[in-house]
Structure formats: structure tokens, C-alpha cells
Design a protein around this ligand. Structure first.
Ligand code: SF4
Length: 313
């Protein structure tokens, strides 16, 4: 797949916050692509940079350095028309369905507002589209005349998904879309997302703490640790046969039968990340040179992993 076929491409993207000597390295040289129609899962502990990455993909924050491309064009070089198209083609669903819907707006206005902003369709057509998209997410017609507080968390998240979908985006960035929901509701929302993807061909960037959910819905998974990608590859490889010690620990923590230790201790501060391999302070396999030299992402058993000793572990 070439860069021009990628919906979004990141090349050595860095995002820092603050000033010396307290610079937070939120994203530290990430290169990846999200292809049209694919679902890329992004996992890692809190503070690893995955939400910052999501915000950059949504154009909500510019990278400090590096290049972000949309359909092959550098984000900084988009003209006004291309920028409008990008805002239409890449939509978001966030964690909290309670705060992401305007409590004073009827659902009809919430759903049709993006169409109004982008000056699409007549008022009648917008309402028809809102009705049709509600049906796709399993909510009845009378939803349109009601307010957010009249719905449960799972229903509100379905409304948020419907609002993201109404512009027929090519990509939806979902940042923890199920973590505020009851476990019993999560599977329903996941099924809806999978159905919609199959029906519309929409791609997803799916960020979640629920690793089983990420493994189920993703085509590929990227694992982040302290702002860097430590492993990226086909979901089945990364989730079921991880190559990087951190990925092993992360997935083992979610599966007590895996027989591997969960991550020990807290991740180090992103203000003063350890030299060399960022993971060496927690890695049970660390050797002296791990603290001296940062491992590059390289091919290991059919995926990319950043560990000097991945083959021999
Ligand atoms: Fe562990 Fe060394 Fe591999 Fe880093 S490079 S993950 S410290 S073995």
C-alpha cells in the first residue's frame, strides 16, 4: 500500500507540551498509516500518547514536528476546500456520551447540525437522513424529538455514532468509545460499529482500554509505550502472538490464563523518559545495552516490533 492510498499517514510525528526543562514528550516520532476502510486499534496504558495521536489525526492539534498526510497531501498544504473535505471525511466519537451531546438540543438538531454546517441537502432530506441513520444504530423514530437526558449511556453513544456517520466519513476516530458504558452494553455498541463498517466501508481508528474489544474489531493493532509505537501488525498476531515484551504484558494483564506477568509498576514520566529502550526500566528481559540504545521498529515474525531481542524471547 503506498502512502497516497493511505487515508491518513504519519511520518516521524512528534508532539510535545511545555517548555524546557519540563517538556512532555506525548508522541515521540510515530510513523504509521491508516488505510481506506481499515480498522486500526491503538492500545497502551494511560498517558502513552494514544489520545494525543487521535487529536492530531482529527486536526484538533498540530504536530510539533513531522508530517501528517491526508489522502497523500501534507495537512499543512491543504487549501480551504481540501480542509473542509478533511473535516467532513474524518469524524470523531469520544468516550463520554454524557458530555458529547448538547443537553439543550433535540436529537434531530444534533444529528442534522453537521449537514447544516457543511450545507448539505434540504431540510427535509436532512431529517430523512437523520431518521435513516438512527435506524442503522437501532433507535426508533421518536428519538428525533427527544433530548439527550432521556436516553441511557449506550443509547447516547449510539446517537454520537449516528452523528459521526451522518456525513458519510471515510474515517471515524473513536477514542475510548465504550469505556464509559456498562460491560453488558459494550458488546452491543461494538456489534453496531462492526455492522456499520461493513455497510458503509468506513475506516476506524479504535482506541480502547478493553483489549479484547480492540482485538475483535481491529484489522491491525498498534501498541504504544511512552509516546512510541513498540509493536504494530495484524490484530491476530499482535493480540495472540505478541513479539514485544510490553505487548505480552499488556495482553497478559487482560487474560489471567496467559501465564505472563502483567506490567509491573507505573510507566515512567513522559517528561524524563528512560534512555535507550523506554521500556527497559520495567522489562523482565532487559540487558545492559537496552538502556543505551533505542531499538528501531523492524520486522519480527511478520509484524513490526521495537525490541533488540524480540526473536530470542
Ligand atoms: Fe526489553 Fe530490551 Fe526489548 Fe526493550 S529492547 S523491550 S528492554 S529486551
Amino acid at each position: 500500500m503506498t502512502e497516497s492510498q493511505a487515508m491518513i499517514g504519519l511520518d516521524a510525528v512528534v508532539k510535545t507540551y511545555g517548555r524546557a526543562p519540563r517538556i512532555v514528550h506525548a508522541v515521540d516520532g510515530v510513523s504509521l498509516r491508516v488505510d481506506l476502510g481499515e480498522t486500526l486499534g491503538i492500545v497502551g496504558e494511560s498517558g502513552c500518547g494514544k489520545s494525543t495521536l487521535a487529536r492530531m489525526m482529527l486536526g484538533l492539534e498540530p504536530p510539533t514536528s513531522g508530517v501528517m498526510r491526508v489522502s497523500g497531501t501534507d495537512l499543512r498544504a491543504l487549501d480551504a476546500g481540501q480542509r473542509r473535505r478533511y473535516r467532513r471525511e474524518v469524524q470523531a466519537v469520544f468516550q463520554d456520551p454524557y458530555s458529547s451531546l448538547n443537553p439543550r438540543m433535540r436529537i434531530a438538531s444534533t444529528l442534522t447540525e453537521p449537514l447544516v454546517v457543511h450545507r448539505l441537502y434540504s431540510a427535509n432530506e436532512r431529517r430523512d437522513r437523520a431518521r435513516a441513520i438512527l435506524e442503522r444504530v437501532g433507535l426508533p423514530d421518536d428519538t428525533l424529538s427527544r433530548y439527550p437526558h432521556e436516553f441511557s449511556g449506550g443509547q447516547r453513544q449510539r446517537i454520537a455514532i449516528a452523528r459521526a456517520l451522518i456525513l458519510e466519513p471515510k474515517l471515524i476516530v473513536l477514542d475510548e468509545p465504550i469505556s464509559a458504558l456498562d460491560v453488558s452494553i459494550r458488546a452491543q455498541v461494538l456489534n453496531i460499529l462492526a455492522d456499520l463498517r461493513d455497510a458503509f466501508g468506513t475506516g476506524y481508528v479504535f482506541i480502547a482500554h478493553d483489549l479484547a474489544a480492540v482485538a475483535t474489531i481491529s484489522d491491525r493493532i498498534a501498541v504504544m509505550y511512552l509516546g512510541r509505537i513498540v509493536e504494530i501488525g495484524a490484530a491476530k498476531d499482535v493480540a495472540h502472538d505478541p513479539a514485544h515484551p510490553y505487548t505480552r504484558m499488556l495482553f497478559a494483564a487482560a487474560d489471567p490464563t496467559a501465564g505472563t506477568l502483567p506490567p509491573q509498576g507505573e510507566p515512567p514520566s513522559p517528561i524524563t523518559p528512560p534512555a535507550g529502550c523506554h521500556f527497559h526500566s520495567r522489562c523482565p528481559f532487559a540487558r545492559p545495552d537496552c538502556a543505551a540504545q533505542a531499538p528501531a521498529l523492524r520486522e519480527v515474525h511478520g509484524r513490526l516490533a521495537a525490541c533488540h531481542y524480540a526473536e530470542s524471547l
